[in-house]
Design a protein around this ligand. Sequence first.
Ligand SMILES: [Zn+2]
Length: 243
Amino acid sequence: MTEGGFRLLFGSGPVDLLVISPHPDDAEIGMGGTMALLAQRGRRVGILDLTDGEPTPVGDPPRRLQEAREAAEVLGVCWRGCLGLRNRAVVPDLEARWLLAGWIRRLRPRTVALPYWVDYHPDHVAGAQLGEAACFWARLSRSDIPGEPHRVQRIVYYYSIHLRDAHRPAFLVDISKTVATKLAALRCYRSQLDPAVRGPDVPVTAEDLEVAARYWGWLARTTHAEPFALRTPLLLKDPLATF
Ligand SMILES: [Zn+2]
């Protein structure tokens, strides 16, 4: 198998957290505030877009790459790449799994973030399945996947704009200190989220996402938060901090 479709936007590995984003902007919509917070605290954060997100009504591939690069730089992300799968046609097949497992091996993240597994967009559902399968493959010995075997310690799931399907989140991250950075990153996606550029069919704006973050923050008695799901419960290593 070959890796001809991959594009490096910038940076180098390894990373502590790898956020797998079906389209450029999903990562920022779901967890831009959390990525900014972790980057500010010295964690190495990477974003791997599965597709370039095109076609869309007013976008084009060079413009989308530029927007994704700008947004990642605003957040303080240290690496961003595009796997080169086909937009609107992401399938969790063996070739895609092999490609993604190779990047997990090279980047060696402790934690991988995936889109929540229930979603209206088929690419997001496929992205969750593909990400889980690739984490499994990345740890296998005696395979033809590039790089050394690597075991991801935890998978977390962020939510897309199709939040109406969301179950109750497993935890919230307080982003009150980085919500402004999240909004600044979202505003880089002019071709997708700016009604003045995209027109009246814009699916969501940065302002809408600020309201969503304020709702989750209100639940937790802070100003802004981002919700996450888990398949397996979190272990509290130090229960004294919680009880
Ligand atoms: Zn998407």
